[in-house]
Design a protein around this ligand. Structure first.
Ligand code: NAD
Length: 249
């Protein structure tokens, strides 16, 4: 049984669909009620088991409600995929305090709050897997991303810390670090920051050795691996899926 935050769109959506196809029962948690409901319905129509639970990850009460509703419905939580996140584009000069606060709140505090709400149910069973969505930006400098880079660096460090604290409870905690993945998140960036989004897409595609952006399914497959017993000896680690962005020049 897996909770996927930000499951209404992009990587979260692809992960919810893949996990369900692999037999997991899925709780799709998101602020986007329409999108979340659509994903849960798509899984159900394929014969899978899914439910949508509305949740704003920055609201501590929502996080507790998410954990309780999941337990009420599924009796257990095996996997928490902390995937919800937002973009923050801008250098120091371009970033105002409100953007900084918002990005840190959703990407970092939201992950802490949901984990805090869910972990007791994993500790009780002495079993669980937590997957935190970081980014290759935790390791590679990218222009005009000061708030976003800070948030994903924090996610990476938080993952290491959680892995130590939860190891004694038989809970593994790892991070996924994608490069640029073609989701609505990137489409919004191309629309907002390039006069010609098509040309922008070509430009950012060249950053990857593969010469293309990643797909949501590329990342979902990595999440599936981390969630599985095949990754039993993996904890406190980044799984980098970036088409060669960070490892090569
Ligand atoms: N797309 C990329 O290039 C890329 C690269 C590296 C990391 N990531 C990370 O992957 C994650 C998913 O990104 P995506 O590309 O699928 O984006 P997306 O915008 O397609 O999906 C993000 C989802 O998170 C939800 N969300 C946002 N704020 C929320 C909140 N406060 N509470 C609950 N849900 C919330 C949105 O409603 C949306 O459904 C993010 O954490 C992002 O930072 C994306």
């Amino acid at each position: 049984m897996a909770i996927i935050t930000g499951g209404a769109s992009g990587i979260g959506r692809a992960s919810a669909m893949l996990f369900a196809r692999e037999g997991a029962r899925v709780a799709v948690a998101d602020v986007d009620r329409d999108g979340g409901g659509t994903v849960a319905a798509a899984i159900t129509s394929e014969g899978g088991v899914a439910t949508f639970i509305p949740c704003d990850v920055i609201d501590a009460e929502d996080a507790v409600r998410l954990a309780r509703a999941t337990i009420d419905r599924f009796r257990q939580i095996d996997v928490l995929f902390n995937n919800a996140g937002i973009a923050g584009v801008g250098s120091v000069e371009e970033t105002d305090e409100a953007l900084w606060d918002r990005v840190m709140e959703v990407n970092v505090k939201g992950m802490f709050l949901v984990t805090k709400a869910v972990a007791p149910y994993m500790i009780e069973r002495r079993r669980g897997v937590i997957i935190n969505m970081a980014s290759s930006i935790a390791f590679v400098g990218l222009a005009r991303r000061v708030s976003y880079a800070a948030s994903k660096g924090a996610v990476m460090s938080m993952t290491l810390s959680m892995a130590v604290d939860f190891a004694k409870h038989n809970i593994r905690v790892n991070a996924i670090c994608p490069g640029t993945i073609h989701t609505p998140f990137v489409d919004r960036y191309l629309r907002d920051f390039y006069a010609d989004p098509e040309q922008g897409l070509e430009e950012i595609s060249r950053r990857q050795l593969m010469g293309r952006l990643g797909t949501a399914e590329d990342v979902a497959n990595a999440a599936l691996y981390l969630a599985s017993d095949e990754a039993a000896f993996m904890t406190g680690a980044p799984l980098i899926i970036d088409g060669g962005l960070s490892g090569t020049k």
